[in-house]
Design a protein around this ligand. Structure first.
Ligand code: PMP
Length: 300
């Protein structure tokens, strides 16, 4: 297990900066018993100028508020308050390249009735930027993403992640690096914790929203594509179509942009350094670290 905190770690809990080791969760919490909580995964980066910047904090906290609303959970803070609190957590823990985990959870309640209050915690730990050129061997999961008629699929709800855990563990048990889940109609959807794109004949394709978590990194990739005039199509694509693609990649806050070597038995033929994904990976890195990037030097 990773070291998420030690005796010096400080977290923010409903307006107070507290020692992580001195806080406890209510074992009667509705969140623990039923997976009824919402959360975010955010990153901060040491910028090229040497400052510490949270990437797209407004987008993440707006999504957190929307997730809470989708689940009928009380939500007591403004986006500005939570961004300010997050910078305090980073500063108090001396963190620069960090992963930030806000969670909104419920009090003791064994019924299915709504609550009049929620708790909000912000935790953070060090996470170095992704360096890798290591490509992933991905497996089409036997698990599908949750039915959007059974869940608020656009919300980042804790309970949804049982599905992610099942899929990821299945793929790893079979010797793969990660899973790709389909939607309830069998179209490709997303990874357990990341969205995906594939490249075919100089164009990118990505599953449309509706059966996926609409990722903030996915939105950033779409912005990069607009800036670089890379044609992208959002739609419904089959696993068979994916197995005729030139290349593919995952994108997400934690994963950043990471290329695939293969899906099941199919190896993507285009060398990663020559792919659109590789160009997007380096543009993404420049954006999060606020380094000047020059779209005109990108040739497709
Ligand atoms: N899909 C799922 C299921 C996820 O958990 C994540 C990570 N939050 C993503 C996609 C990517 O979202 P984002 O780019 O906002 O991190």
């Amino acid at each position: 297990m990773a070291n998420y905190y030690n005796e010096n770690t400080v977290l923010w809990l409903d307006g107070k900066l507290l020692k992580a080791s001195a806080t406890k969760v209510d074992l009667y919490s509705q969140s623990l018993h039923y997976g009824y909580a919402v959360f975010e995964g955010i990153r901060s980066y040491r910028t090229a100028a040497g400052t510490t910047k949270i990437f797209k904090p407004v987008e993440h906290y707006v999504r957190l508020a929307n997730s809470a609303k989708a689940l009928n959970m009380p939500y007591g803070y403004s986006t500005d308050q939570l961004i300010e609190a997050t910078y305090q957590v980073l500063e108090r823990n001396n963190l620069r390249d960090a992963y930030i985990r806000p969670v909104v959870y419920s009090p003791a309640n064994m019924s299915f009735n709504p609550n009049t209050e929620s708790y909000t915690v912000i935790q953070a730990w060090e996470m170095a930027p992704f360096l890798g050129e290591k490509l992933l061997r991905v497996m089409t999961s036997s698990f599908q993403r949750p039915n959007p008629k059974g869940f608020k699929i656009e919300a980042k709800a804790s309970g949804h992640y049982v599905n992610s855990i099942l899929a990821s563990q299945e793929a790893k048990a079979q010797g793969y690096d990660e899973a790709l889940l389909t939607d309830i109609n069998g179209f490709i959807a997303e990874g357990p914790g990341a969205n995906m794109f594939f490249e075919k004949d100089g164009r990118l394709f990505t599953p449309a929203t509706g059966n996926i978590l609409p990722g903030i990194t996915r939105a950033t990739v779409l912005e990069i594509c607009r800036e670089y005039d890379i044609p992208v199509e959002e739609g419904q694509f089959t696993p068979g179509q994916l197995k005729t693609a030139d290349a593919a990649f995952f994108c997400g806050t934690a994963a950043e942009v990471i290329g695939w070597a293969s899906i099941d038995e199919y190896r993507f033929p285009k060398p990663w350094p020559a792919t659109l994904g590789r160009k997007i990976q380096s543009a993404y890195k420049d954006i999060v670290t606020e380094k000047q990037h020059q779209p005109e030097t990108i040739t497709i």
